[in-house]
Design a protein around this ligand. Sequence first.
Ligand SMILES: Cc1ncc(COP(=O)(O)O)c(C=O)c1O
Length: 371
Amino acid sequence: MTLKKKPQKIAWWQPKIEKENYTFLKKALDSNYINEGPQTAEFEKAILKLTGAKYALATNNCTTAMFLSLKALGIGPGDQVIVPDITFIATANAVSLSGAEPVLVDTRKEDLTMDPLAFQKAITSRTKAVIPVHVSGRSAQIEEIMAIAEKRNLKVIEDAAETIGSYRKGKHLGTFGITGCFSFAANKTISTGQGGMVVTDNEEIYLKLRPLINQGRTKLGTGGDDVHNTIGFNFRMTDLQAAMGLGQLKHLNERTKRMRRNYELYSMNLGNVKGLRIYPADTKAGELLQWTDAFTERRDELVKYLVERNIDCRNYWMPIHRQMAYKMPDDNFPNSTYSSPLSLWLPSAFTLTDKDILKVCQEIKNFLLPR
Ligand SMILES: Cc1ncc(COP(=O)(O)O)c(C=O)c1O
């Protein structure tokens, strides 16, 4: 009897560990200094080179990167910070951690990013900042948001968690606001397991950020000679994590090329399929989608159909206003309430092949198109 081999699952996302990861990790281990050290500094420099920002600070994740940005800007209890209703909840949680109040605003149906008009309407005398989110690596309406913020004297902190390698008109996402915050979690293009980075062009903010991640120290002493002029915390990255990032950056070009190809294949093959809309990407302006996302009124049925065929998808986040932690009535959020339950992320791993993506497209057509 021959055993039928189970077809390999088409992954929604999959991290990849190449040999360079072992090389950099060995270097950290051999040094016998695995805390924040030379590889963390090298990783910060590499992100500066990629983004074109002036200063970078490696952190233990993107949630703390956003919290630290707020803290460095002096934002806290009594203040309000505007965040979009569709995002990973970390955006709102970072605001809560600072003691400020996250104020949710509606998103745009066409691309699920913050609605600039809703942002403008939500500004009060207590508003101090706004955190636009570049959902799936797609730029928020950043110029419009920046213009409103400038007029109302508000700071812009970009949630650029999903944007490594994504540009808007030649400028890397995360470099428009006063700070930009990146994530290196396991489902990101470059992953350090957990990890984050704040970038800024503002020296004053950078000089405030540095001691904030390190118990208020500007430099590491031996304990007895440590100087703590300000209150700080421990939100540092370690060289073990940075080694992972440095190893993977060696493969950034081939990764982003594959991600571009994934989006291109989905757009070409599903662009005209009735009943499904691929959310847009301005690829000519340099936008790179971390994951290709789509809208269909038959989302739940489609996801079930694909999963049954060994194709992994992800439902979009529930709008934050529907989570118990930040519960609000639906009335103020007509777009996010409508869009989120009908949106999904298609398989987008950089480990996929053309054949995999074409199979996904064919199965989606089999499901949606009448036969
Ligand atoms: C849009 C968005 N914001 C914030 C985060 C939080 O990042 P981290 O898990 O690194 O704290 C993530 C990712 O997990 C994200 O996708």
